[in-house]
Write a protein that binds this ligand. Structure first.
Ligand code: AHR
Length: 643
């Protein structure tokens, strides 16, 4: 008969879990490195999706700032609302025939029929799911405007609380002129509560007609750069220490239709000359985040650009024929490379200098197209060769990545994909567990691998602990094989978690207008990329637990060993670690642990720190020691060694 356990014993057992019955053994060969770790292994991938940039990383607070494309006649402009305070009367419409530039040929037309100092009239912008403000902060704004002959007077601009109508900041600009002119202003907040519940108002006190466009308001940006980035999101990326940025897409590069592809020339230069363009993700890109901004983003975070080049193929399966039809696109790519790397004596290098960045950017990697295995025409091979030869002729040092298998030329890297699913690696945790050994058998002399997009898609809007376990298991495989897997970038990076902002579930970093948070997958990435070392150590894991995974690397200079253990099972797992050769092990060991009670544990905008890494120290490291990995846990053991 089984003894009946007292209640308190049951409780304790439940909270610590029942250890796996058999202890695993992990033998590490520290006597010599098995191979070097790729110095470029962990990067990030980003594109305009989920309001990653507009309404996200790109600091602009005003949504639909240029009224592009103009909406059908009679339809009110999106995100702009007329204000008729007191007895005032006004109408708001989009004028498709008046704008300050060829690119911005439409504008917001305000007709004030009656207004005075007590009954003001105008319009407000709703922001991207609200305008976020903070106390004692300066906001810099601008707009283009002109008036008809009628007298409208000065314009007052205010940040106003949506519920209480409290004014957090206000300023007045002088009367507008009859020619299009850019007007600058600043708004300073005082003692206010941080909140995203604000709107941006523009008010007149006299009747008249005026046109406005490129209405803009920026909070303080990362390193105070003009037209810059949101600091909290940059800080999160900085903590990842990404080695490269793969951009600008993804599907965003390709476009739904050929004319909608990322046409880099229309994304550089003054904002007033950028028309924006439709994205495949159901909203239009302002292209305020253009090619130059992406390059400065790389510069800011010390990331190598991995530039994806439009290859003449769109998501609707249309393509440009290789040969003379494709030649202008190849020339665009060469121009793009010159814009990035040319000195100021070159045409496009001089253009970049005019845009504010005289120094060339480093560029070592370009990818031709995205997910070209979807192209039913079978023309990628020939299109790739045309780009490849033209680029290599002028820039032999550039590493060229093929986005699908090719035979016409020898790419330096291939962007690998899930061959069965015919797409990048968007998978369940189980699929990653089952494929952890994918690269173990790859030809060591074959083409180097870029894993250009990958993620465990479990949890929404951001991924949960179960996904982080899938990711971490997969990363152990990438690390152990990082002599052949040269680069890997998780995707998608960002999601705005506000209603209807998301197009793709299962993202790494979530945010709303005010705050942001990292998913458990984000913390798994932080742990892996910050504890990488530069040499792979051979290891042999013997275990009856199919959900236990490992990778071992070390730092050649310090001797420190990074042992990563992933236990995706529901029970703790003890592991006998044996380190053979390679010097003396010191007892002190730092352990970073990401764990939870269930795979569904997650972080959110309201509970951002539910699953975060915890750092602890133990004095138990020796050449042989026993270690207990908790259930549902990702661990990095930093073992000190005197080589
Ligand atoms: O990451 C989301 C999309 O998934 C990318 O745009 C595309 O390359 C992939 O299919």
């Amino acid at each position: 008969m089984r003894p009946i356990l007292p209640a308190f014993v049951l409780l304790v057992t439940a909270s610590i879990g029942v250890a796996q019955t058999t202890t695993a053994t992990l033998t590490i060969d520290a006597s010599h490195p098995a191979a070097p770790v790729s110095p470029m292994l962990y990067g990030i991938m980003s594109e305009e999706i989920n309001h990653a940039w507009d309404g996200g990383l790109y600091g602009e607070l005003v949504s639909n700032r240029t009224f592009q494309p103009p909406r059908r006649a009679g339809r009110p402009p999106q995100n702009w609302i007329v204000i008729e305070n007191g007895n005032s009367e006004a109408t708001l419409s989009v004028d498709t025939d008046s704008g300050p530039s060829k690119a911005l040929a439409a504008s917001l037309k305000l007709d004030v029929l009656s207004a005075d100092a007590h009954s003001t009239a105008g319009f407000f912008n709703t922001g991207y799911w609200g305008i976020a403000i903070r106390p004692a902060t300066t906001y810099r704004g601008s707009f283009y405007a002109k008036v008809a002959d009628s007298y409208l007077g000065p314009i007052t601009i205010r940040l106003v609380h949506n519920q209480t109508n409290a004014v957090a900041a206000s300023t007045t600009v002088p009367a507008l002129t009859s020619e299009w002119k850019q007007v600058h202003f600043t708004l300073k907040t005082g003692t206010v509560q941080p909140s995203a519940n604000y709107r941006l108002e523009f008010l007149a006190t006299h009747p008249g007609t005026a046109w406005f466009t490129l209405l803009s308001l920026f909070p303080p940006t990362w390193h105070e750069q003009p037209n810059g980035f949101r600091p909290d999101l940059m800080e999160k990326l900085e903590a990842l220490h990404p080695k490269f940025l793969r951009f600008p897409g993804g599907n965003f590069l390709e476009g739904q239709h050929l004319p909608d592809h990322f046409d880099w020339k229309r994304t550089v230069g003054p904002l007033v000359d950028r028309p924006g363009h439709p994205t495949p993700w159901m909203y239009r890109s302002s292209d305020g985040m253009g090619l130059l901004e992406m390059l400065t983003w790389c510069e800011d975070l010390h990331m190598e650009p991995l530039l994806a080049i439009f290859s003449g193929y769109a998501l609707d399966h249309t393509h440009i024929n290789p040969g003379t039809d494709l030649a202008p696109y190849v020339q665009d790519a060469l121009d793009e490379i010159e814009y990035i790397t040319g000195d100021v004596s070159t045409h496009w290098g001089a253009e970049r200098a005019r845009d504010g960045h005289p120094a060339p950017f480093p560029l070592h990697y370009v990818e031709i197209g995205n997910e070209e295995y979807h192209d039913p025409s079978g023309t990628y091979d020939a299109r790739f060769a045309q780009f490849y030869h033209a680029i290599k002729k002028d820039h032999p040092h550039l590493q060229i990545v093929a986005s699908a298998p090719v035979t016409s030329a020898h790419p330096d890297l291939i962007d690998d994909n899930d061959h069965e699913a015919q797409r990048h690696f968007y998978r369940t945790a189980k699929q990653f567990f089952d494929d952890v050994h994918r690269y173990d058998t790859y030809d060591r002399n074959g083409t180097k691998i870029l894993v250009g997009e990958w993620a465990t898609r479990e949890g929404t809007p951001t991924t949960n602990l179960g996904a982080a376990l899938g990711d971490a298991a997969w990363m152990t495989g990438l690390e152990r094989n990082s002599d052949i897997v040269a680069m890997a970038s998780y995707a998608p990076l960002f999601v705005n978690v506000s209603p209807f902002a998301m197009q793709w579930e299962g993202d790494l970093i979530g945010f709303d207008a005010l705050t942001s948070y990292g998913s458990p997958s984000y913390y798994a990435q932080v742990m892996f990329s910050n504890h990488l070392g530069d040499q792979i150590l051979g290891s042999t894991l013997n275990t009856a637990n199919p959900l236990l995974f490992e990778s071992v690397t070390c730092d050649a200079k310090t001797g420190r060993i990074y042992l990563k253990l992933v236990n995706a099972s529901s029970e703790p797992q003890s592991v006998d670690v044996k380190i053979n050769g390679g010097g003396t092990i010191r007892a002190g060991m730092t352990i970073t642990t990401l764990r939870g009670a269930t795979t569904k544990d997650t972080n959110s905008i309201t509970d951002p720190q539910h699953v975060v890494p915890i750092v602890s120290h133990k004095n138990t490291a020796k050449a042989s020691f026993r270690h207990l990995v908790p259930q549902y846990a990702i661990q990095v053991l930093e073992i000190e060694r005197k080589p």
